[in-house]
Design a protein around this ligand. Sequence first.
Ligand code: KIV
Length: 255
Amino acid sequence: MKATTRSIRALKGKRPIVCLTAYDAITARIADQGGADLILVGDSLGNTVLGMEDTVGVTLEMMVHHTAAVVRAKPDALVIADLPFALAHDNFPNLLKSCRTLLQKGGAHGVKIEGGTSLAPAIEKLVDAGIPVMAHIGLLPQRVHSTGYRRRGLTPADQQKILADARAVTAAGAFSVVIECVDEKLSQQLTSSIDIPTIGIGSGIGCDGQILVIHDLLGLTSNPPPFVKPEANLHRDAVSAVKRWASKVRKVSRR
Ligand code: KIV
């Protein structure tokens, strides 16, 4: 059955929600056939598959290109596309245009936006325009140049800020919220304080669901974050397969 923002939201309190990134039709099929409820076309595509240092260089055009590839796999999972670096801070007509492009040209079912309280008014207007929004709070990778990749919620003041962010995006109408790299106790508190699903990454088991970068899970990346326990080592297996084939090719003499 095709997932919808409503079906994902309804899973809160019923069973854990399984989310994975995908960036093309192949990874989308793997995630979908493996049973993911939601596929995120994350801007992590920059550092995961495009060879970038971080997500800052990922553009709207890149997101549309990769989202369309994921959608062509026709997954049952809900497909959400990341809004790239700083576009959420554009004026509202431009923000609406960017999100519309991700839905109309990319075929996404909704957008993910990094940011909390300060973006709540924009999230409310997007939701009012019929654009489902998944919020993203805690560590915000798009802010690598301002705050770095620090774990969040280490002080009572920061915990209060993150709690306020969670409440603000919920009140603004987000259908779910990614919680990145916060302490498990805080993620539990966030989960019980809001009525939308919390999807954790590096935040322990206190959330309503979990998300990982699929290449990290499958062992395709060389340095996954410390909280990932890869379930396969596809990089090693692929290199071995290429080596076996290369040696067969080299053994065949030309007559
Ligand atoms: O870009 C991304 O892939 C993400 C998730 C891993 C949460 O933001």
